[in-house]
Design a protein around this ligand. Structure first.
Ligand code: ZN
Length: 376
């Protein structure tokens, strides 16, 4: 994987490239940040870059033998350790699955990985045997690369076994590079954490996700902004929404919101029936998007000149909500929507759920409007 294949993180890429070219590589680094932030992809690109035999000023070359092996994840000096299942399991036991899963999607999360290796209900783990294996792998000089790299994905799973690695992390053999990729700093052994240099890999801004799914997934511009909002900075989630076709149907959404603000009861009932057919994940996204939309309507009332990021069609619709969306009403509606998401997750009957929700929304919005008229 080259840096250019990793979405976003321009300044981090620049930092990793420059420190390598200047020969100032820190031998143990912790790439830390929220889920779906591309930290593992960044680690893969970095491992390829340090071993590339024809480094460019802005990326690995992508065509030297080292790059080709790194790209296929078969470079003999780039090792991986990750959670597995089974009492004495080691990463190498799952090497084929790992390559397949990561080449398919380097943004995946631990749950998906454990599903991939059919962990079922078993907990993921990094065993004492795994640690011994890491020590053994790093005992030799690099075979053909400049650096022996070990990417430890999710050191949160190391538990106290990780203490076996302390000495190695503190005094690694020459030209050895530890890259730890983690989401939850508090779950990593403090002894390990304190021996690494921290690299904060931030949540993706919505704009970056929006651009990436337009360019890489061919999502239409109009849909992309919505998906980015729903993904909440998590590129993996954005991929799931796109691939699972769980985007919010804009036409249906606008129709639904319109029937609510205009109190059009018979059409609303029909629309609810349509929403009931779209599948639970899509319904959840529909509700989340409603929440986002109403928040934007509230913002429009409070900060009329601030751009909302809504499409033109939604913007017009939002104008209708401005008068009936006060802070208090928004709070109540937000609680209703959160509750509805909870019920969708627990298999509530969608027809009844959306009908009840519509009636409550109509009521809240009407009360707000009346209060406002009284004040005027
Ligand atoms: Zn190369």
């Amino acid at each position: 994987m080259q840096f250019k294949d990793v979405i976003g993180h321009q300044s981090l890429k620049h930092h990793l490239i420059q420190s390598t070219l200047n020969g100032r590589i820190s031998h143990a680094q912790l790439f830390l940040g929220p889920l779906g932030n591309g930290a593992l992809a960044l680690a893969l690109a970095y491992a390829q870059f340090v071993n590339c035999t024809n480094q460019q000023t802005d990326d690995s070359c992508g065509i030297c033998a080292a790059c080709i092996k790194a790209h296929k994840m078969i470079h003999p000096d780039i090792h991986y350790a990750y959670p597995t299942v089974g009492p004495k399991a080691k990463s190498t036991d799952f090497a084929a699955e790992w390559r397949k899963a990561i080449l398919e999607n380097p943004y995946l999360n631990s749950f998906e990985w454990l599903q991939f290796i059919e962990a079922e209900n078993r907990q993921g783990n990094m065993t004492a045997e795994e640690c011994e294996e890491i020590i053994r792998k790093l005992a030799f000089k690099p075979f053909e690369g400049k650096y022996k790299v070990i990417i430890i994905w999710l050191p949160e799973y190391l538990a106290k076994e990780g203490n076996r690695l302390l000495k190695l992390i503190e005094e690694p053999p020459a030209n050895t590079l530890f890259i730890l990729v983690a989401n939850q700093a508090e779950k990593i052994l403090t002894t390990i954490r304190s021996r690494t240099q921290l690299l904060n890999v931030a949540r993706y801004p919505d704009k970056i996700i929006e651009q990436a799914i337009i360019e890489k997934q061919g999502v239409a511009t109009k849909q992309a902004a919505q998906v980015a909002v729903l993904a909440e900075g998590n590129y993996n989630r954005a991929l799931k929404i796109v691939q699972g076709k769980q985007q919010v149907d804009v036409v249906l959404f606008v129709k639904w919101m319109h029937s609510i603000v205009e109190r059009l009861i018979p059409p609303n009932v029909l629309i609810n029936e349509e929403i009931a057919t779209i599948g639970r994940e899509s319904q959840k996204n529909f509700l989340k998007y409603t929440l986002h939309f109403l928040r934007q309507s509230l913002n429009k009332r409070l900060l009329p000149n601030k751009p909302t990021g809504l499409s033109q069609e939604e913007e017009q619709l939002a104008m209708q909500f401005v008068d009936c969306m006060g802070v208090e009403t928004f709070g109540k509606i937000a609680a209703l929507l959160e509750q509805a998401i909870y019920h969708v997750e627990r298999n509530a009957n969608p027809k009844i759920l959306f009908l009840n929700l519509s009636i409550q929304l109509i009521d809240y919005l009407a009360i707000e409007k009346q209060t406002l008229q009284k004040k005027a």
